[in-house]
Design a protein around this ligand. Structure first.
Ligand SMILES: [Zn+2]
Length: 314
């Protein structure tokens, strides 16, 4: 079933609403809550969750006779629904970041009411997953992000079936994120970061889609899933494992390197060209041996810009 999470009116246009899928057997609370599009330009997550909702609805409709959805799943594919329309990260009317509006309120500004409605719908779920991307200039490997995790969350993160798990402490500064509000509740909370903003990266989306279906099989939400043997164990990385390369010169950065590849120390991963002269002015190499977890995709480079990140295996 698809319902409107929150209907809003606008001064000079028709009202709009945030779609919310509730799929599977009726229960007071969902087993899994999946959220994307808190930032309106992060389309990978929106695409993954809308496809996942369609898939689970098809399971419900009996189109996959081997599969059975035995617990309730709640999916909000695009929280910042207006931002998606206008291709903006923030809420278009007041440029506010919805992921800085939690826990929200029923009486505040629109973005606070949105935050409140999303939190109310998701906070009692056993597993809560919020999907983001890096910026439009930078691509990141599909990864699980843990913030000040419990042991149970660490274990579940491995079952999410992505190549990399990044662990961070829960920031005492950003207390107005959805993650921070989720953490107050029983249950487990995860952020997935998938690729870059502003585009659909089909490889990444398909990988995460399959990972979500397998995950729902493993936790007993979706019965009948054929669990593939993972070709690679997920790697856990802490903050200290990250080695970044910054631009020493301005120019045009070009690379055919793919995120998710293991690289050698000193391996050439891209080139900075003189933007008008066309000569190579710098070879960009891996600072250490490890996994290429992020790389710049916007070619125009200023001195000091982040070019890439390699994470060393612990
Ligand atoms: Zn985001």
């Amino acid at each position: 079933m698809i319902r409107d999470l929150l209907c809003m009116t606008a001064p000079v246009r028709e009202g709009f609403d945030i779609p919310c899928h509730e799929i599977g057997p009726k229960s007071s609370q969902p087993a899994v809550a999946l959220v994307a599009g808190l930032h309106g330009d992060e389309i990978n997550g929106i695409f993954i969750l809308s496809r996942l909702a369609d898939f689970l609805n098809s399971v419900e409709a009996g189109k996959y006779p081997d599969l059975r959805l035995v617990k309730r799943v709640l999916i909000i594919p695009a929280v910042n629904v207006l931002g998606v329309n206008l291709r903006t990260r923030t809420w278009p009317f007041d440029k506010s970041d919805i992921n800085r509006m939690f826990p929200g309120s029923t009486t505040g500004e629109t973005t606070q009411r949105i935050a409140y409605a999303v939190l109310e719908a998701t906070k009692r779920a056993k597993y809560r997953i919020d999907i983001h991307t890096a910026s439009a200039d930078f691509e990141e490997i599909p990864q699980v992000r843990l913030y000040g995790p419990t042991e149970a969350e660490r274990e579940t993160a491995r079952q999410l079936g992505l190549q990399a798990i990044m662990e961070r402490s829960l920031s005492p500064v950003f207390t107005t994120t959805m993650m921070y509000s989720w953490k107050v509740w029983p249950g487990q909370s995860f952020v997935l970061r998938v690729g870059q903003a502003g585009t659909v990266q089909l490889d990444h989306c398909q990988r995460v889609f399959r990972a979500m279906v397998s995950f729902m099989g493993r936790i007993g939400v979706l019965e009948g899933v054929q669990l593939a043997v993972e070709d690679e164990e997920p790697c856990c990385f802490d903050k200290e494992s990250a080695f970044r390369v910054f631009a020493e010169k301005a120019g045009t950065f070009v690379s055919d390197s793919k995120v998710g590849r293991w690289v050698r120390a000193g391996q050439e991963l891209g080139y900075i060209y003189d933007s008008f002269g066309g000569t190579v002015i710098e070879k960009v190499v891996a600072p250490v041996a490890g996994l290429l977890t992020g790389i710049r995709r916007h070619p125009l480079l200023f001195e000091g810009d982040l070019i890439l990140r390699v994470n060393r295996k612990g």
